[in-house]
Design a protein around this ligand. Sequence first.
Ligand code: AMP
Ligand code: ZN
Length: 117
Amino acid sequence: MVTKPDCLFCKIIAGEIPSAKVYEDDQCFAFNDITPQAPTHILIVPRQHIDSLDKAEGMDRDVLGSLLLAAAEIAREKGFADAGYRVVVNTNADGGQTVFHLHVHLLAGRPFVFPPG
Ligand code: AMP
Ligand code: ZN
């Protein structure tokens, strides 16, 4: 498993930095965002370190699929799937990415506008 010693999310997955875990499987780990932008704001990250969507490769196909399936499963488990939710993958500077370990934002509990700001 590829991890990066100085990476915030690698440390959260390893339990070296505390988080409010909401889900985990063999490929993904999910926890509450520390600065929630909606009543529910969960981050879903791959256990393996990938800098960003921009750095994902063909061999990451399975883990990329697992991240989205985890988002849908969490949404059903937590009961907001029918009401609706949004998944976001901020990528590089213009995309608003600040933590360079690939992550999916799962937001719910209020309506969202499109396009986002
Ligand atoms: P992004 O801007 O897309 O890279 O998203 C990074 C997210 O990580 C932001 O929504 C932050 O609020 C969140 N974040 C930063 N540090 C932590 C932490 N220690 N625990 C949980 N979420 C965090
Ligand atoms: Zn990492």
